[in-house]
Design a protein around this ligand. Structure first.
Ligand SMILES: CC(C)(COP(=O)(O)OP(=O)(O)OC[C@H]1O[C@@H](n2cnc3c(N)ncnc32)[C@H](O)[C@@H]1OP(=O)(O)O)[C@@H](O)C(=O)NCCC(=O)NCCS
Length: 424
């Protein structure tokens, strides 16, 4: 069965996390992703946070599945020649270099268009055009500048970054959508185009509800926030602790075992349509008709007390027991699952969301598989490439070079350091 993106060839200049997440998704959908890496070093994450000596780190392996790796020194003139050849044969160039790097390499958008007018050139940068466009950005910088940190945490504490990599992987997702959209557009226009996803924009997009709340603030206090009714609101959206971002109030509550287990908690949503069931489950049937509790609006100033009362009930159950009971009554809730629990969850293994991958240097490891399931194009996760593993294969198969040409490029140093002959 052909994969959805079969026939699409990606020239992958990405590194670290944001760009690699994007090209990994495209590879899972069937694109041929050729990762260009610096000879001898490669993507810097190969060596970062290493857990097994001399093996590519999990950081690298978990972000670069299903790709091929070629090493080219892009600052070498013969290396540039190879790149030109690859640009001619590829459909999309994806990069997340610091601003200006690609221009300095000699591959500006104008130049890329000259080489291949059908080429789609997709970039992740920290910021879009404006005062900060030349700045380098990492995950937490994006979380801070995109509105996530100022709105995350508790009111009496400092801004917090989240464990979800919304700046890196979030922007990678945005870019992947931009790329497939541009590929579709090219089927009509016949031309490539530039695709830009700025990390600040990506984070802000994911913080959309907070910009909603910023505007609601002008019309009075945010009644679903824990600051209401006793606290004060300033002129910017405050941190809302564990309050729900939607119209159905929620909070994280302790469950049985919370004294020793840091994850014995459950997210409990007091969804209005099942309020009567909630009251019955927690042993407060009188709240169903009581004027202070019967209507959602009346409950807003009492949310803290309501959640304290519900917690008296959740504390008598494990998070899994609570989940089972609540779901019997269609009451939305979410147990706080640790990474250990997720790694061991059989249903996630069955769907391929968690996969075990074998690697020649590190052995078996767990990874997150493709989270998007296409019925006619299922993703099969294969291991990440070793540095330069496919250099020869790509030179022959994609660039159609013969032995003597390959020898020429090798001796130029374009594929890596030229080793001195022993007698020299
Ligand atoms: C992530 C980031 C901060 C890393 O910065 P960095 O480690 O300094 O890496 P850069 O992107 O600046 O590239 C460094 C150099 O490597 C060189 N290089 C990269 N691949 C090469 C290759 N195959 N051959 C030769 N040189 C290569 C580049 O040409 C550049 O050199 P130059 O600065 O002399 O022009 C930066 O790339 C960035 O801001 N990217 C955009 C935002 C982003 O994606 N951030 C999230 C990362 S998860």
């Amino acid at each position: 069965m052909a994969k959805a993106l079969e026939g699409v060839r990606i020239l992958d200049f990405t590194h670290v996390q944001s760009g690699p997440t994007c090209t990994q998704l495209l590879a899972w959908f069937g694109a041929d992703v050729i990762k260009v890496e610096r000879p001898g070093i490669g993507d810097v994450t190969r060596g970062q946070l290493r857990d097994v000596p001399d093996a590519d780190s999990l950081y690298f392996t978990m972000l670069n599945h299903n790709k091929r790796s070629i090493t080219i020194d892009t600052k070498n003139p013969k290396g540039k020649e190879l790149l030109e050849g690859l640009i001619k044969t590829c459909d999309v160039l994806v990069e997340n270099f610091a601003p200006g790097v690609l221009d300095r390499m000699g591959f500006s958008w104008e130049r890329v268009q000259q080489i291949n007018p059908r080429m789609i050139m997709a970039s992740i940068k920290g910021f879009g055009p404006g005062p900060y466009e030349d700045y380098k950005v990492y995950e937490n910088v994006a979380q801070c500048t995109g509105g996530a940190a100022s709105t995350t945490g508790f009111d009496d504490g400092p801004p917090l970054v989240t464990g979800a990599q919304i700046g890196d992987s979030g922007t990678g997702l945005h870019l992947a959508l931009g790329i497939v959209t541009a590929l579709y557009h090219r089927t009509h226009s016949g031309k490539g185009q530039r695709v830009l996803a700025a990390m600040q924009d990506g984070v802000l997009n994911l913080c959309r509800v907070k910009l909603r709340d910023q505007q609601r603030l002008a019309h009075g206090p945010l009644k679903e926030y824990p600051q209401y009714p006793h606290g004060t609101f300033g002129d910017a959206v405050p941190r809302s602790g564990n309050a729900s971002g939607g119209g159905q109030p929620g909070w994280i509550l302790k469950c049985k075992g919370w004294e020793t287990d840091p994850n014995a908690y459950i997210y409990f949503i007091t969804q209005a349509p099942v309020w009567d069931k909630i009251c019955n489950v927690i042993g407060k049937p009188e709240w169903i008709t009581h004027p202070d509790y019967a209507k959602a609006e009346a409950r807003l100033p009492r949310l803290k007390d309501i959640f304290d009362t519900i917690e008296q009930w959740t504390k008598t159950k494990t998070k899994y027991e609570a989940m089972d009971i609540l779901n019997k009554y269609d009451i939305p809730c979410g147990p706080i699952l640790s990474m250990k629990e997720l790694a061991e969850e059989p249903s996630l293994r069955q769907t391929g969301t968690i996969v075990e991958v074998d690697h020649p240097k590190r052995g078996k490891y767990l990874s997150v598989g493709c989270p998007i399931k296409l019925s006619d194009s299922p993703a099969e996760v294969t291991r990440s490439p070793l540095l330069g593993e496919h250099t020869d294969e790509i030179l022959r198969q994609v660039l159609k070079l013969d032995d003597s040409k390959i020898g020429e490029f090798k001796s130029s140093g374009a594929l890596g350091a030229v080793k001195p002959i022993a007698a020299e």
